[in-house]
Design a protein around this ligand. Structure first.
Ligand SMILES: [Fe+2]
Length: 326
């Protein structure tokens, strides 16, 4: 059961299902072409137990059950960026869907073209072998590249600031903005990760707020303040222009950058930072057993492919503790 659904009102507008994952406060989305039941998944979550350092697939399996019960066919798995606060279920879902879908069987895992910079940076810091991340994403979008989800047109929009690779996906009157802006009563996402930039986020935010006022901005996370009480997946451009506490009309760039930097200096490290980055630069694949050996200096050894394709490998697989602090 989806936590929220906005039903299509015309052949060119998608039906959108939102699923809120409470452990990491992440909104996951299914965007469905109403004419073909072909759909895209955006930013799916893999469960992670910090105590035992293990992953499980309860959230992703619920998404798969929902997809199956609605007879949807998944054409794309879309990532907005390399997340630092949750693990992606992209690879797990791709494997499962490839086993179960009869048409267009293997949905590509897609991200922005600059994701390679982020992969390279964190692969170095975590000693991740190149072979484990270089093919993690099947499709890297150029800026403003268009693609189709069934008969729907989608556009990949570069929204740097939180991370340099960050994309939004513009589909009908909707923009899935990942971690760029958050709801008006929260403001914007942090910019203090490597390659992040408050100046860039200001321009990305203003680009979003220049869209049609009725465009829905679907966020990657929600942390509702007490006054609001419950999570919601979207608010409109009009609401952001009037009320976004960091980016509403009248806020100049210098003011935003100062405010964003001050705020970021007070923020702690994300709870799941190290496991998230290690898995997400791999597109959600688990580390191969050979990685441990490679970390000890045996270069060039090919990891076993069985761990990256067997569904069992996602269950209770130990994540390596962070070998190099970032
Ligand atoms: Fe993020």
């Amino acid at each position: 059961m989806a936590d929220t659904t906005v039903t299509s009102t015309s052949p060119s507008s998608p039906t959108i299902h939102g699923f809120f994952e409470t452990q990491t406060s992440t909104w996951q989305y299914l965007v469905v072409d109403p004419t073909t039941s072909i759909a895209a998944i955006i930013d799916p979550v893999l469960d992670f137990d910090r105590e035992t350092q293990t992953v499980s697939t309860t959230t992703a399996d619920a998404l798969l059950a929902f997809i199956a019960s609605n007879n949807y066919t998944i054409s794309h798995i879309l990532e907005t960026h390399i997340h630092a606060d949750h693990l992606t279920a992209a690879s797990y879902l791709q494997t499962r869907l490839t086993q179960t879908q009869t048409e267009s069987s293997r949905p590509p895992i897609c991200a922005g073209k600059r994701i390679e910079q982020v992969q390279t940076l964190f692969a170095t810091r975590y000693s991740i072998p190149t072979v484990e991340h270089q093919t993690a994403f099947d499709k890297l979008f150029d800026d403003d590249e268009t693609f189709r989800i069934g008969n729907l047109e989608a556009v990949a929009i570069h929204l740097p600031g939180h991370t340099p690779d960050h994309l939004g996906y513009h589909i009908g009157d909707n923009i899935f903005c990942g971690d760029s802006v958050f709801h008006p009563d929260i403001g914007t996402a942090r910019c203090d990760f490597p390659g992040g930039s408050a100046e860039s986020l200001y321009h990305s935010g203003k680009r979003l707020l220049a869209m049609d006022p009725e465009t829905k901005i679907w966020v990657g996370h929600d942390y509702p303040p007490a006054e609001r009480g419950e999570e919601v997946p979207y608010m409109t451009v009009r609401e952001h222009r009037e009320h976004n506490k960091h980016l509403r009309e009248g806020v100049e760039k210098d003011e935003f950058v100062r405010l964003r930097r001050e705020r970021d200096q007070k923020l702690g490290e994300p709870r799941l930072l190290h496991p998230s980055l290690q898995i997400n630069v791999r597109g959600g694949r688990m580390p191969a057993p050979a990685s441990a050996t490679l970390r000890e200096g045996v270069e060039g050894e090919q990891p076993s492919t069985s761990t990256s394709t067997s569904p069992n490998s996602w269950n209770h697989y130990p994540i390596q503790p962070n070998p190099l602090p970032i």
